[in-house]
Design a protein around this ligand. Sequence first.
Ligand SMILES: Nc1nc2c(ncn2[C@@H]2O[C@H](COP(=O)(O)OP(=O)(O)OP(=O)(O)O)[C@@H](O)[C@H]2O)c(=O)[nH]1
Ligand SMILES: [Mg+2]
Length: 454
Amino acid sequence: MNQERSVSKTILDTYNRDLRPLADKLSFELPVQAREPAGFPSVLFLGNHSSGKSSFINHLLGETIQKTGLAPTDDGFTLITHGSRQESFDGHTITSHPSLPLQHLERLGPSLVNRLKLKTLPNPVLEEFSLIDSPGMIDAIGAANTREYDFAAGVRFFAEKADLILFFFDPDKPGTTAETISILTQTLAGLDYKLLIILNKVDLFRNIRDFARTYGTLSWNLSKAIRTKDIPHIYNLYLPDQGTALQESETPGIPLSDFDQSRQEVLEEIRRTPTRRADNLVSDLLQATRKLIMHARLCSTVKLEYRKLQLKWGGISLIALIVGGLATWGAYKTWPGWQIPGSIALTCLVIAIASWGYGKWLRGQFVAKLQDLPVLDQLFADTFRHELALQERSDLRARWHGMRSVVQKTFSILHPSSIPSLFSMGRSIRKLENLQERDLPKLRREITDHSPSS
Ligand SMILES: Nc1nc2c(ncn2[C@@H]2O[C@H](COP(=O)(O)OP(=O)(O)OP(=O)(O)O)[C@@H](O)[C@H]2O)c(=O)[nH]1
Ligand SMILES: [Mg+2]
């Protein structure tokens, strides 16, 4: 535990020393790990509604803790953690619970906190990690209207904290609900190192053709949603103790024994949760560093373009003033009197003021356009022109995809003139690159060398 606390402290110090100064200047929000100690290890259950999340939790614990059913059952997040007695607490109590540092949840609004539950129970499985059950995902039109809180923000909060995320699909909806796709592509972008994809209820397939078709659809949908090089491994599972599962006399549509093995593998991954903690903390830090580098490079491009506009039109205005001054002086020497020199001076002054004003208008237009996603996509393509030209960088594209709406919001409050100078940005970016390429791999080696599991 002491080892874990010291790892957590090293990570927190690195965030504060190396990332926070630049992040604050560029209005970049660091993940929740940068604000508070990591807390107790946890496993987050996400997925479509009725895909079997709560049933799996009951199976894991060997007792019925969560309600299950075919209609959407859970409407809020439930934290299940170890306690000497079986008890249930409401959301407001949880935000001050010592073993789950969740104070920042209050920022997500009272509607989410009102639907939050904490269940404690004396189950030995929970001695090592907590479980987080979540409301199932539904279709976008319904979701937007029925949820009274920002579901994606809640998922992001718990996903950043969790050490393992299990994402459930079932044969009914192999990845096709719009909310699922948007959670995978945007909310969980960059967290795939702790994500396990599960196709549950395989006992419902009537034959191998049905299974192959559904598996293919899910893989296809995932390849569009998770834009890393490889499609993540899909664990095919079923729970043997379900009421809807086959009766003993019936023969299953497909042989199920292989899937028992798959369930054991997932259970094993869940049991390994505490040992993933140190490694995950470094991965989170690495991920935040990469995102901050991307954000800083985009900010540098914005600053450069803004500066170019300032210099171009400011320069024209200055040249008009200088040329005007010289021409007026020359004219005065040639044609004493004020008529000709005066009109030359006036013309040049008008040109200077007009070009300064036009430059200011262009800069205003440029800032306003930073709210358009296609403009931001172009900004990304320009900034990473070299990297993208050399090879297909799906990692960069995936990171950008997960960040673009946040970057859009950032530019609504971050004016290019508040971005530090290009020189200082260049220095900060190089420091972060050193951290990413040299210091963090070293930190990971140190941590894993000293970890109790090694
Ligand atoms: N056949 C079969 N049914 C299952 C399996 N796992 C769960 N179920 C059934 O699927 C239904 C939905 O299960 P839940 O555990 O409530 O699903 P959930 O994902 O928690 O649903 P929400 O809380 O609404 O998001 C229940 O009736 C379960 O009995 C399985 O592996 N096979
Ligand atoms: Mg449920």
